[in-house]
Design a protein around this ligand. Structure first.
Ligand code: COA
Length: 141
């Protein structure tokens, strides 16, 4: 199949949001509003990627780092393009960039009823943790 990959640009936002909204398994919040995603891309310019087919966005991955660990968000492949190796390719691009900057481990948050997502991550070598729970706190005004 013919597709290309490149880093994600702010101009990809509308197509990316449309893709995220079309897929189960992608949780959206105020962090996904345009200004916030553009800010994320500015802070993580080398670790967010898109896959394109004839200029149309068919996949995304958002990678971010706090300097210690990598975090992956919004790995999403258009329904009609799934199971063609594109998801794994985007993850590999992201992990290679993390490695280059000295990051040794990457985490992902998966919605706990996303059985297909979990099966995908396990298939490509990720370990489901049973020793950690996520705790969160709102800190916006
Ligand atoms: C999960 C998702 C990103 C996978 O992307 P993809 O491009 O379809 O996956 P790939 O084709 O790169 O698959 C890589 C390997 O995983 C396997 N795989 C893919 N989906 C799988 C699944 N649901 N269960 C088990 N294995 C799976 C593939 O068969 C392939 O194995 P192979 O190398 O032996 O052929 C995609 O299905 C998607 O966008 N899902 C909806 C959004 C979502 O849940 N994202 C994850 C949020 S945590």
């Amino acid at each position: 199949m013919d597709y290309s990959t490149r880093t994600m640009h702010t101009s990809d936002y509308e197509q990316a949001l449309h893709l995220w909204q079309s897929l189960p398994g992608i949780g959206l919040s105020s962090a996904d509003e345009k200004d916030n995603i553009c800010d994320f891309l500015k802070k993580n310019p080398n670790t967010c990627f898109t896959a394109l087919n004839n200029g149309n966005l068919i996949g995304t991955v958002l990678g971010g780092s706090d300097g210690r660990r990598g975090y992956i968000y919004h790995l999403a492949i258009h329904q009609s393009e799934q199971n063609k190796g594109i998801g794994k390719k985007l993850v590999d691009l992201c992990l290679n960039e993390f490695k280059k900057s000295g990051i040794q481990k990457c985490h992902i948050f998966v919605i706990n009823d996303n059985a297909e997502g979990i099966a995908f991550w396990e298939k490509i070598g990720w370990q489901l943790r049973d020793d950690i729970l996520v705790m969160s706190k709102e800190i916006k005004d």
